[in-house]
Design a binder for this molecule. Structure first.
Ligand code: FES
Ligand code: FES
Length: 155
């Protein structure tokens, strides 16, 4: 059975094993390696992408669930090279250390700001994405800064 889905605005067809995790498809078939493999069990958030505009863990999302769905990965967050406010804030505050978790952190932060434009520490902590380097204080600052930048863009 052919599964048709859209990734970063491009329609793609998949005819392989429907049990294949979306993460595998993104990295090995669609050549989008920005999304990372961490735990493979839905726990760490390194593999976070947006599916129909909502953050999801792609390591535990099978291709069989992807028919007709719209995926955005970190590669699709800045169409035409215009950075998302979360990306701008990440750069300003130099959030990344090793960088491995950061694509997932950014995708999760973008999703949070959609529903919670002025998140407090508890809302940010509820994201639950893990960072082995411990960049949590800078992530918190950057999310607040991104919220500020987004408000300015909307003004
Ligand atoms: S790799 Fe998907 S949650 Fe850890
Ligand atoms: S920056 Fe290294 S794991 Fe988060």
């Amino acid at each position: 059975m052919t599964i048709e889905l859209t990734i970063n605005g491009i329609t793609r067809q998949f005819d392989g094993d429907p049990d294949m995790p979306l993460l595998w498809y993104l990295r090995d078939h669609a050549a989008l390696p920005g999304t990372k493999y961490g735990c493979g069990m839905g726990l760490c958030g390194a593999c976070s992408v947006h599916i129909d505009g909502k953050v999801q863990r792609s390591c535990v999302t099978p291709m069989s669930a992807m028919a007709g769905r719209r995926v955005t990965t970190i590669e699709g967050l800045a169409p035409e090279g215009r950075l998302h406010p979360v990306q701008q804030a990440w750069l300003e505050l130099d959030v990344a250390q090793c960088g491995y978790c950061q694509a997932g952190q950014i995708m999760a932060a973008v999703d949070l700001l959609k529903t919670t434009p002025e998140p407090d520490d508890a809302a940010i902590a509820a994201i639950g994405n893990l960072c082995r380097c411990g960049t949590y204080p800078r992530i918190r600052q950057a999310i607040r800064r991104a919220a500020e930048l987004a408000r300015k863009e909307d003004a």
